[in-house]
Write a protein that binds this ligand. Sequence first.
Ligand code: NDP
Length: 273
Amino acid sequence: TGTDVTVLGLGAMGRALVVALLRAGRTVTVWNRTPEKTDTLANSGAHPAESVSVAVQASPLVLVCVVDDETVHELIEPVAGDLRGRTLVNLTTTTPEQARAMSRWAGAARVEYVDGGIMAVPDMIGGGDTFVLYSGAAEAFDRNRPVLELFGRAVFVGDDAGAAAMYDLALLGAMYAMFAGFEQGAAMVRGAGGTAGELAAMAAPFLQAMTGSFAEFAVGIDTPAQYEPVQSAEFTAAAIDTVARAGAEAGVPTALPIAVRAVLAGSIDAACP
Ligand code: NDP
């Protein structure tokens, strides 16, 4: 008997996807390399399949969410025939080029391919502020949108299959740089007897307020000629130098502010010819 959706990969994220589907009353077939992980989901109503091939044949929509791109190929390529005519949504984190290669493979196998980038941790799946990026086969995305909206707002970013991964990784790059900066600041504060928790209480509202200037900063990047910087390049460079100097005084590594200065100097210089 067929189900609405098949989910391949029941790691932390795959399980969260299945729970969201079941909660909305969808019928779900599941497969995982380590079969024990299907047990709790089976108790919640999911249908475990004994092989990838059987799992794929069970539903018109197949989601794959495993550790990496290589594993997706290992799982999917042998079942190309079973996938033919179905929609494959790949929620595994990959690079844009890996997504495009997967899309080309799917095209040759007559599989409708949508690539996804989940902008959330498993706990956030189905939550109000959660969004997931998609790109690739627009028609298949539209048709399956009601299901995909169960995970969070479904945002289609174009028919280039690599687009979702590109925005995903662009956002992750910005996020990790922010966390690294926080960790560096916390080291400085802790060195003087304070706690990272104290800094966190200040950092959250401060950084949130700072994100309000992204749109204006973006004008400087997109159209430098139209940009009137709030702060001069010299001001910003001096401020970052002071951050590095404070780190050096406190015995905190200065590689990060030095790298930040080099990156920002490029865009600031471009913005202020
Ligand atoms: P987990 O480490 O929890 O799960 C990894 C999954 O991949 C498991 O189902 C595992 O199977 C499977 N797997 C690993 N190697 C193989 C293999 N050789 N053959 C078959 N299956 C294999 O990771 P997550 O669920 O957290 O992440 C899955 C994807 O989702 C990743 O691409 C990740 O980047 C992405 N993602 C995760 C987020 C998160 O916060 N967790 C956020 C956004 C995206 P087994 O159980 O047998 O080990």
